[in-house]
Design a protein. Sequence first.
Length: 307
Amino acid sequence: MMTQATPYPIGTPGTPWGPSEIKAWRDRQTVRRSYAEDVVRAVDRLRDRFEVGEYGRLDYAPHGYPLFVVRSRDWQPALPVAVVTGGVHGYETSGVHGALQFLEQEAARYTGRANLLVAPCVSPWAYERIHRWNPDAIDPNRSFRADSPAAESAALWRLLEPYRDSALLHIDLHETTDSDESEFRPALAARDGVAFEPGTIPDGFYLVDDSANPQPDFQRAIIEAVAKVTHIAPADARGEIIGSSVVAPGVIRYALAELGLCAGITRARYTTTTEVYPDSPRATPRQCNDAQVAAVCAAIDFALAHR
């Protein structure tokens, strides 16, 4: 889907936002769903099977948001650690619900085989407002570094720091939506004082591998599993997906750590970022969640088989 460039309603074209523009943008955001109802309740239902803890709290007046991590109850130091994260971008719904569905339906089969560490909703303020940024107009998924300006990213960084050198796997669950073109990329261009250049939203699921540590067989195993659930995004006429060269069906590569992306926090051997397309007429919300679960299971299965 291609959209036409339209002026963004906040700021002056060519001028980066200052505090007044950020406040104007924040004032436009409204609560559209409930973190407490959708996520906290789901996490509470897992307490009898997993170790549930808080790894931080976001205080965005007038609301506070506890950040939850769900771990294997039978954590064993000798077992490999598999990290699953969702909701880094709060508007990417299947990332959150896919992580929770994995815990509810599939995680038990890894008992005694892997230590699971799942942070199902990294950005609850953005989840409630169905947005990409935090209240300071910062994208958490460009901010995963030790001196992060995003509280969401800093909290997850601290949580994963003990596993930075020992984690075997980190899979980060995302979506690419039509609203990327209609709202989020225009807002980004306005915030940074640059011209918005319309792009194309890929129709289907794809993965982002790490250009610093490519794992083509790992990515292929995930793509093959997800293809049984939903369709895989084809390359565009230039052989690209969202401006990056397609290196294998449904796979592109980014420099994860260099760009401050979530899947690059640890030095895990196996890393990937999923991208579901929920706005496709060929996919339902259930399929999107199922695709995330299939991706997580395929990722863990491959990593355990190729340690």
